[in-house]
Design a protein around this ligand. Structure first.
Ligand SMILES: O=C(O)C1=C[C@@H](OP(=O)(O)O)[C@@H](O)[C@H](O)C1
Ligand SMILES: C=C(OP(=O)(O)O)C(=O)O
Length: 427
């Protein structure tokens, strides 16, 4: 296993342009494949999650041309559903944004497909999505544990029926049904049961669908109605915004390490909910300046602890758990049960690693509370093949020397050169 020893950091300052958004890249690629016409996608993220989507689309007969640096892609739309003449096995790594949307779209295609991935993917639920689509007449078999990938899908002609979907574990299930729904070419109503988690990701979905010509009637996130006449049309060209979750590490560095750190690529014009991470830093006492497409953060004295429901920014909220090491008092992050079903059990993993640094941590079913120690200890941080654990613990190097990140290469899921970029704004 590779390890990365981080030097003790005393200052963060500078400008950084973050790579394209994972959530937008994979949604845009899928809709560019389904729509009529050619789409030029720019500022595409080049990371494992996007490579899995691109490889799957190629196997499904979608043709595209990628630029040498893989950040520009011209996709020839199929003008209809995905299809295959043979049983196609698609390996989707641990990319939720590939597995869930492709599963729903393939049910409405033609052919037979096996959807598989890394071992952790076999522990990440998909049952609420499959159950929701059953009334349409889908044919899906669980190849291992019921409710989890791997899956075998036999696509067939489906009939639109009103469906209801449990939104309390992952918003990606609703995203998947919404993006697949226009392929039915019939009016459909989708009712949400339970509390819808990670709501801002639905805004991203509706925004991208609209750019591809399909409007959804969103009735207060409880009910979504699509009329049957709309079809995906290419917008011609489309720009992927910078990734707001990836921005969180740099913005937090500005709050902890003096700043100013200016992050380009996301701002008030962004469709990503994770831009609201900067509001949390503001509540912790940092100075935040916003523009349409950049955010700048600097420190204004020591950070203060916060006690907040961060269900709306589940990914960036992990960065707050580490920023808590630098805040006076106990920081509590609430309503984050679904951290437990992501790349690893993130509540458990964050608690374990923060304790190694000397923090007092209280963790429960859906929350984590972090009280910093008088002096943070050096530690080797295990990363559980979770890119975000590797990235957010880089901030601990502002507190102590002796922070080692085990398996730093796991950032490849969304940000392959993260540590190089982090070193450019820190010293
Ligand atoms: O739709 C998306 O692009 C995502 C939704 C969120 O997942 P949940 O809805 O499962 O919380 C988020 O954590 C994930 O990284 C990306
Ligand atoms: C939860 C995440 O990924 P996924 O898209 O695989 O759900 C994440 O990137 O933090």
């Amino acid at each position: 296993m590779q390890t990365l020893a981080l030097p003790k950091l005393s200052r963060a300052q500078g400008d950084i342009t973050i790579p394209g958004s994972k959530s937008l890249s994979n949604r845009i690629l899928l809709l560019a494949a389904l729509c009529s016409g050619k789409t030029t996608v720019s500022n595409l993220l080049d990371s494992d999650d996007i490579r899995h989507m691109l490889t799957a689309l190629k196997q499904l007969g979608v043709s595209y041309q990628l630029s040498e640096d893989r950040t520009e892609c011209i996709v020839d739309g199929l003008n209809g559903p995905l299809a295959s003449g043979q049983i196609e096995t698609l390996f989707l790594g641990n990319a939720g944004t590939a597995m869930r949307p492709l599963a729903a779209a393939l049910c409405i295609g033609s052919g037979e497909f096996e959807l598989t991935g890394e071992d952790r993917m076999f522990e990440r639920p998909i049952g609420d999505l499959i159950t929701a689509m059953q009334p349409l007449g889908i044919d899906v078999e669980y190849l291992k544990d019921p409710g989890f990938p791997p899956l075998k899908i036999k696509a067939k002609q489906l009939t639109a029926k009103p469906i209801s979907i449990d939104g309390s574990i992952s918003s990606q299930f609703l995203t998947a049904v919404l993006m697949a729904a226009p392929l039915l070419k019939q009016e459909i109503t989708i009712e949400v049961e339970g509390e819808l988690v990670s709501k801002p990701y639905i805004d991203i979905t509706l925004n991208v669908m609209k750019q591809f010509g399909v409007e959804v009637d969103n009735q207060n996130y409880q009910r979504f109605v699509l009329d049957g006449k709309q079809q995906y049309r290419s917008p011609g060209s489309i720009l992927v915004e910078g990734d707001a979750s990836s921005a969180s590490y740099f913005l937090a560095a500005g709050a902890i390490g003096g700043g100013p750190v200016k992050v380009h690529g996301t701002g008030t014009a962004s469709v990503q909910g994770d831009t609201r991470f900067a509001e949390v830093l503001e509540k912790m006492g940092a100075t935040v300046t916003w523009s349409e497409n950049w955010i700048e953060v600097s420190a204004k004295g020591p950070l203060k602890a916060v006690d907040l429901d961060l269900n709306h920014i589940p990914d960036a909220a992990m960065t707050i758990a580490v920023a808590a090491l630098f805040a006076e008092g106990t920081t509590t992050i609430r309503n984050i049960y679904n951290w437990r079903v992501k790349e690893t059990d993130r509540i458990e993993a964050m608690a374990t690693e923060l304790r190694k640094l000397g923090a007092t941590v209280d963790d429960g079913h859906d929350y984590i509370s972090v009280t910093p120690p008088a002096s943070v200890k050096g530690a080797a941080i295990d990363t559980y093949n979770d890119h975000r654990i590797a990235m957010c613990f880089s901030l601990a190097a502002f507190a102590t020397d002796g922070v080692v990140i085990n398996d730093p290469g796991c950032t490849a899921k969304t940000f392959p050169d993260y540590f190089e970029r982090f070193s450019q704004i820190t010293e």
